[in-house]
Design a protein around this ligand. Sequence first.
Ligand code: PSV
Ligand code: MN
Ligand code: MN
Length: 426
Amino acid sequence: MKLQESQISDFNKKGSEEHQNQFDFLANTLDKSGVNTKNVINALAKFQVAIPSWALGAGGTRFGRFSFYGEPSNLTQKLDDVGLLHSLTQTAGAVSLHIPWDIPEDYNAIKEQANSLNLKFDAVNSNTFQDQKNAKESYKYGSLSNTSQAVREQAIAHNQEVIKIGEKLGSKSLTVWLADGSNFPGQNNFQTALSNTENSLKAIYKTLPDDWKLFIEYKPYEPNFYSTVIQDWGTSFMLANACGDKAYTLVDLGHHLPNTNIEQIVSTLMLKGKLGGFHFNDSKYGDDDVTVGSIKPYALFLIFNELVYGMQNNPQNPDLSWMIDASHNIKDPLEDLIQSLEAIQEAYAKALLVDQNLLKEAQSANDVVACQEILQKAYRTDVRPLLAQARLQSGGALNPLALYRELQIRATLIQERGKHSMASGL
Ligand code: PSV
Ligand code: MN
Ligand code: MN
């Protein structure tokens, strides 16, 4: 299913007057308070978030899976779904593939399709947390950290293969997330596991093309429940430094123990020029992977405040790779992703409204109350008309979720793909 431009413009015409009133009022107020509204809208329009191929189906939990059907069952259909999201929101201009789940059969056809949908290939993800059919070695006891050289070599070779696949598509980065760790005290020698991981990552890094980046994710626990080899940002940072200039830490919002100050981690990494990528989701307890902004929107805003500060003040840090890394249990995945994209843009817009000069002054004067007021003034602004204006300007829908429902997109996908069509590769 592909949306026609007229479907979007007809829908927008209906809401145009109401939107214009709301937008004019907000833009006037903001301009008067010293905000350059035009710049904010341009920044929002430029901000693109990659959709991971694995988020397009209902993932469920280890206890069960309740499908919405009409889910994509191959790479072509996955790209079509991201294309739909991008047409509606104009914010999802990239896709992140997971190998081997998404190996293209016909590279040219996939590239042409992505081109026609205005999609770029963001980071490619390797998978050494599952054993593949007919694999010689098993990752049951780890991959890049394994005590067996043969297993490590297989995992290294897989990552090198993923780079080659990414190169053929025009990707420029590899994301490595390892499930490696131990379930019981004494099971692993921590130092051996870490040294093996460092050496394996260096071997992968050696084959990284010059214009590529290596992103190293961390996560405190799960699937291993006693220790994880790359458990925190410090370990990832250390490994990235050991690999070299093209290696970076990737922050996934769900990969922290409760109440961790993620905004401070972001700030430290950007100061050191080592924040490479970002995975958005939200959580209450652990790596819950629920809709972005659904639980802790203020925390997301504070994180964005540091990201914006870093983007404006840390030229030593490269442009970031943004991706949604969420999973959908009881919501239509496409509706959930639309909500996540909106929450990301909302937090970004609010962070762009923070008066950084005033904040600096208040910080220098140790005016704690003023500091809080400055942040909360931006946070309390209803920025949704700015988001809608940015979408309108780029040819997206004033209200993507409402249009998705009005056009009955899920029902059409079910009709097209079959009544019981479920996502593959999850
Ligand atoms: C692990 O929890 C993770 O967040 C990593 O980013 C993986 O690449 C992704 O999930 C999908 O397996
Ligand atoms: Mn992730
Ligand atoms: Mn995760």
